[in-house]
Design a protein around this ligand. Structure first.
Ligand code: LR7
Ligand code: MN
Length: 569
């Protein structure tokens, strides 16, 4: 009897567990037709690392026709969309010649892109719950800004057309194209024939950063939307982003960026569990949302906070963009501006998020299809160095250790950007590290043991707190701990005790106390051969060879302020 009851309980438990799993699975299942899914990664940009994530592959033939689906209220025909532009002639004007390498000019398969035509259906890749969300009826309109340099005609036209087809017309104030000095000026002229499209051509190559600023400066809507020139926007992509910015103008929002295959142009759903991150060399990467945040997400339509954005596709209030200093226009061509913008937004009072109910496809490439007048590596170093120097405070040392080749490379003047940072009263990078990106680990520093020598004497500890100078005892391993220091910026350590000032005024004694890297009294940095207390700006001074060390006004050359570290092994 007892066994039967135990069996029944076991069966019921298993059934309950299976039922729960089935329910959760149903909840996550995409709404539309069955399709193959495969474990892959989000596409990548140049040198970008990726983490594995789920990426569902959906072939075009299984999709709902995009135009019918999207234009249900307006039924805009292709002809009306393009106004005076003769699409066929435009596309035929530049075509691959037989025998040409289809990857040569654009680093994607041009033949496939051309074959697709200018409009095609793509699968609605959002979580099904997104479709039932409501947005304000009176959302403000936006200026779409697309900068391009020698973009293929078919990809650029598909970007523009997808915007016109898949956005409520009232939300599109205008589409501003900036032709960044492409070889053929005709593309710009021809595309200007499309209603709502304006095209400005640069008189010389400026790079995407200055081009976007030019576009933003001429925009007439109160909200800016940036897109790359090889995108396809998906169903209801715009409303969630404008809604979030309307509710709080300090939010800078981006969509989930789906992958358009550079080989066959299949539109692939990207994982909804990723956010933007980076390593200390300032390379962008997609990374999993931290597990605690993932567990706390009961609603898959909720925004995802992100430490950085990929950079190309985002929506931002125009006055907030201007207030925060637009972009650093001394950055050239490509790269780094996404970090600079992301740090600035977070540190100066805004926030960055990815909205899962907004999806935009992008052709991820493996190389740049265009040239960099100053070279790719130097340009990336210049741009990221500017970002590090202006925004990363003492953490820039990790950037330089991860990218030693950046040291000594020219990066121009950053005075204007430092003034901007002061004027906006932005928080320190430490705040960003603690509150926005605590998952970014600071590299372990190798502890170097040394004595701190002044003349023939060495700095030593006496008892638990006190310090003084004494004759150096230099016999290797047997050296007593009291003269052995570890310099791990900003701390000056002896095991668990650190050198601290007792007060912030000149003449205050120093003492030893338990280490705490956040304690302002314990922060030191080398200044020549002197040791400067970072907060008070005063220097460690022995005053007299026998007296207790104190902090005094820094005077370079003063023997009593000179502490030569001598490494001991
Ligand atoms: O000199 C140039 N002038 C330009 O107008 C160089 C480029 N461009 C245009 C170019 O035609 C394109 O429309 O600028 C746009 C971006 O250039 P891409 O497509 O070569 O860049 P990307 O997609 O490899 O790079 C990502 O990182 C860049 C860093 O500077 C920019 O922020 C891109 O906008 C950004 N793209 C995205 O965020 C899309 C998602 C990719 C990822 C990750
Ligand atoms: Mn791109």
């Amino acid at each position: 009897m007892r066994r039967i009851r135990a069996n029944a309980i076991a069966i019921l438990t298993v059934a309950w567990i299976l039922g729960t799993f089935y329910y959760l699975w149903q909840d996550n299942k995409p709404q539309s037709s069955p399709s193959s899914s495969a474990s892959q990664t989000r596409g990548r940009g140049h040198g970008q690392k990726v983490v594995s994530g789920r990426l569902e592959i959906h072939r075009d033939d299984r999709t709902i026709p995009g135009v019918v689906h999207l234009c249900h209220q307006t039924e805009i025909s292709s002809l009306q969309l393009l106004g005076g532009l003769d699409e066929k002639a435009y596309l035929a004007g530049k075509q691959l010649k037989p025998g040409d390498d289809p990857y040569r000019d654009h680093a994607f398969n041009l033949q496939e892109s051309d074959r697709l035509g200018s409009e095609r259906a793509i699968r609605d890749t959002r979580h099904y719950r997104c479709a039932s969300l409501n947005y304000d009826a009176d959302l403000p309109s936006t200026s779409i800004i697309i900068t391009f340099h020698n973009e293929a005609r078919s990809t650029l036209l598909r970007t523009i057309k997808s915007v016109l087809m898949r956005s409520p017309p009232s939300l599109i104030q205008e589409i501003i194209l900036i032709d960044d000095f492409s070889s053929d000026p005709e593309d710009c002229q021809l595309l200007s024939q499309i209603p709502k499209v304006r095209c400005l051509r640069n008189g010389r190559r400026e790079g995407l950063i200055r081009s976007r600023v030019r576009g933003a400066n001429t925009a007439s809507a109160s909200i800016l939307t940036f897109l790359d020139s090889h995108c396809e926007v998906n169903t209801d992509w715009l409303q969630p982003m404008i809604q979030r910015v309307k509710e709080d103008h300090t939010r800078v929002v981006s969509p989930i960026i789906d992958v358009i295959s550079l080989d066959n142009f299949a539109y692939l759903a990207a994982s909804a569990d990723l956010r933007g991150g980076f390593d200390w060399s300032l390379h962008f990467k997609w990374e999993q949302i931290p597990i605690e945040q993932k567990m706390a997400r009961s609603d898959p339509t909720q925004p995802i906070r992100t430490p950085v954005i990929a950079g190309g596709i985002f929506v931002m209030d125009k006055s907030w963009f201007n207030h925060l200093g637009q972009y650093d226009t001394h950055m050239d061509i490509w790269g780094g501006e996404n970090f600079e913008l992301s740090f600035r937004v977070w540190m100066c009072g805004g926030s960055l998020e990815i909205l899962p109910c907004s999806r935009v496809g992008h052709v991820f490439r493996k190389r740049h299809p265009y040239d960099f007048p100053e070279g790719n590596a130097l340009t990336y170093i210049k741009n990221t160095r500017r970002a590090a120097e202006v925004w990363m405070d003492e953490y820039k040392q990790y950037y330089y250790s991860a990218r030693p080749s950046a040291q000594g490379k020219a990066f121009g003047s950053i005075a204007d950007r430092l003034t901007l940072r002061r004027k906006l009263n932005c928080k320190p990078f430490r705040w960003y590290m603690e509150n926005v990106y605590p998952e970014l680990r600071v590299p372990e520093q190798e502890a170097v043991s040394s004595v701190l020598k002044q003349g023939g004497l060495c700095l030593e500890t006496r008892g638990t707190e006190a310090l003084g100078l004494a004759e150096c005892r230099t016999i290797g391993i047997s050296r007593p701990h009291s003269q052995r220091w570890e310099l791990i910026e900003p701390l000056l350590r002896q095991q668990d005790l650190c050198l601290a000032i007792s007060a912030f005024t000149a003449g205050s004694k120093v003492k030893m106390e338990p280490c705490n890297a956040k304690e302002p009294r314990q922060k030191w940095k080398p200044k020549g051969t002197a040791l400067q207390h970072m907060v008070s700006g005063l220097c460690l001074d022995s005053q007299t060879p026998t007296g207790p060390p104190v902090i005094t006004q820094c005077r370079p050359q003063m023997a009593s302020q000179s502490w030569e570290p001598q490494i001991i092994t």
